[in-house]
Unconditional design. Structure first.
Lengths: 179, 112
């Protein structure tokens, strides 16, 4: 690890991406600017001058490989800080009093949340199937400790994903109610 | 042409179509919309990218060329028809409002 790099670990979930945005902005105020990250919560920052930098996340799998998508954001003054598993981390210096947004109407904000909701469903579905199979169909008398450990994690994921689905659905409904 | 199913346009779609009366790339559309709307409508790049995608899918706009990494779009004949019908409806809405509000104001004037 080179001298100017700082590693931080943070537990984040895809349905709380606004919290992640706020957390990254706080780090920027301390002079820590996102360099790269791993899906399991390891964030590497570059140490620099403290600045008020707004981060905005877009979940757009189709757009990830589209050069026109990146160009459009760059023309509007955004910098792609990170691109990871369909998630695009955009950042822009906050000008006095303004809160730069990448989505400027409710319809497009709702469309983004809908993509996140589908992602959670996509992760949740096989999980629920496997967890149900482990719980109800298997003979547990001969299971090893290691297998039991992984099954335990697997089963614990179900309520977590259910919470995620509930959270993102609630946000979507709140947005649609305003329409 | 049946244009009813595309109406009413959202404010963002309306201004994107209006800006594309001449071929423009994304950033050109953002600037044009900002000017046309006198700063009341700002299009973020995420919103505009989504609008381009859905308007293109609906056949209201089409890519006419590409400059480096920028796609240049223009209205299609269907897009022109939809925009014209939207403008007609908006004019009617404004006429209605003027008539109703004018009556209310006149009544208030008499009461005073």
């Amino acid at each position: 690890m080179s001298a100017g790099k700082v590693v931080k670990w943070k537990w984040t979930t895809v349905w709380n991406f606004e919290k992640e945005e706020a957390w990254l902005r706080e780090r920027a105020r301390e002079g820590l600017h996102l360099d790269h990250a791993s899906p399991w919560g390891r964030y590497v920052f570059r140490r620099g001058a403290p600045a008020d930098v707004v981060y905005r996340l877009d979940y757009a799998r189709d757009a990830q490989g589209d050069r026109a998508y990146v160009q459009l954001f760059e023309d509007a003054g955004w910098e792609l800080a990170l691109s990871c598993m369909g998630w695009q981390y955009w950042r822009k210096a906050a000008s006095a009093g303004a809160e730069p947004q990448i989505f400027t109407d409710r319809a497009s904000r709702a469309a983004m949340l809908e993509r996140v909701r589908r992602l959670v469903l996509f992760i949740a579905f096989p999980n629920v199937v496997v967890a149900a199979q482990n719980l109800f169909l298997q003979d547990h008398s001969h299971g090893s400790f290691v297998m039991g450990f992984f099954e335990g994690i697997q089963i614990a994921l179900v309520p977590l994903l259910a919470l995620g689905l509930w959270s993102v659905t609630r946000k979507l409904q709140a947005l649609r109610f305003q329409l | 042409v049946k244009v009813d199913k595309y109406l009413p346009l959202s404010e963002a779609s309306y201004y994107v179509l209006l800006a594309l009366h001449r071929p423009l790339h994304g950033y050109g559309v953002m600037q044009e919309v900002e000017t046309l709307s006198e700063g009341t409508v700002t299009l973020g790049p995420g919103t505009l990218y989504g609008a381009f995608g859905s308007l293109e899918k609906q056949g209201l706009i089409a890519k006419v060329s590409e400059e480096e990494r920028r796609k240049i779009y223009a209205l299609t004949p269907l897009g022109q028809a939809v925009l014209a019908e939207q403008v007609k409806r908006l004019e009617l809405m404004v006429r209605n409002a003027r008539a109703v509000l004018g009556t209310i104001n006149a009544t208030k004037g008499m009461a005073a």
